[in-house]
Write a protein of this length. Structure first.
Length: 232
């Protein structure tokens, strides 16, 4: 190889290197669009003397938008770290006390105990107007003694005297006061007729059904007694 050929090669390499540097600088300023234009043109072709192909320069990667700065002499640029990713706030823990405060019992969940009302004392039974022993004694003189008859009438109309006692005082008009109720005589006829007349006066105003039934029973027996005496 001659000196002139070697000089031509050195000159061609120098031109290629300078062109590559210029292309890299232009690419860093123009961005990705300039890269396409420079790549389409390709590097400058060295003179074809001696048919020596120049070495293909190494093309550095284009500078991205994340490069913060680049020197004019081809030095590597310093890449800034990516910004931190924002983290969502942690969920707020629900307080157990607040949850318990929300769970309120329903109104009127507890029933009030029943109120016990005091039972008023029962009124004592009223005393009978006629003492019980005195009423049977007056019965024996009914129809013959007006005072005894008044005591007997008060007794059979006294609510304080039990119903059964009043019933006996009326139905026994066919027995008490007669020497022998099963064998009456003409001497007993005035008393029988007096008691029949008395029943006819009192029966329509009987104080209750007990007295009314007793009047009907006594009246029937006295009428039968009077009939037996009339048939003799």
């Amino acid at each position: 190889m001659t000196i002139s050929t070697r000089a031509t090669l050195v000159a061609g390499l120098a031109v290629a290197v300078v062109g590559a540097v210029v292309w890299a600088v232009a690419a860093s300023h123009s961005g990705r669009k300039g890269v396409g234009q420079v790549a389409s043109q390709g590097p400058p072709i060295a003179p074809a003397e001696g048919k020596v192909e120049p070495a293909t320069p190494t093309i550095p990667p284009p500078a991205g938008p994340a490069d913060s700065r680049e020197g004019t002499d081809g030095a590597d640029s310093t890449t800034a770290p990516p910004p931190p990713t924002a983290q969502p706030p942690p969920p707020q823990a629900t307080s157990d006390r607040s949850a318990e405060a929300v769970r309120l019992p329903p109104p009127n969940s507890r029933k009030a105990p029943p109120v016990e009302r005091p039972i008023p004392p029962e009124d004592p039974a009223p005393e009978p107007l006629v003492p019980v022993p005195a009423a049977p004694q007056a019965l024996s003189w009914v129809g013959a003694d007006p005072e005894a008859e008044a005591v007997w009438v008060a007794a059979i109309n006294d609510p304080a005297i039990p119903p059964n006692a009043r019933k006996d005082l009326i139905e026994d008009l066919n027995e008490d006061g007669f020497p022998d109720p099963k064998h009456v005589t003409e001497d007993d006829l005035p008393l029988i007729l007096s008691r029949i007349e008395l029943i006819e006066q009192l029966a329509p105003d009987a104080m209750d059904e007990v007295n009314a039934d007793a009047f009907r029973e006594a009246y029937k027996d006295l009428v039968n007694m009077a009939g037996r005496l009339a048939g003799q």
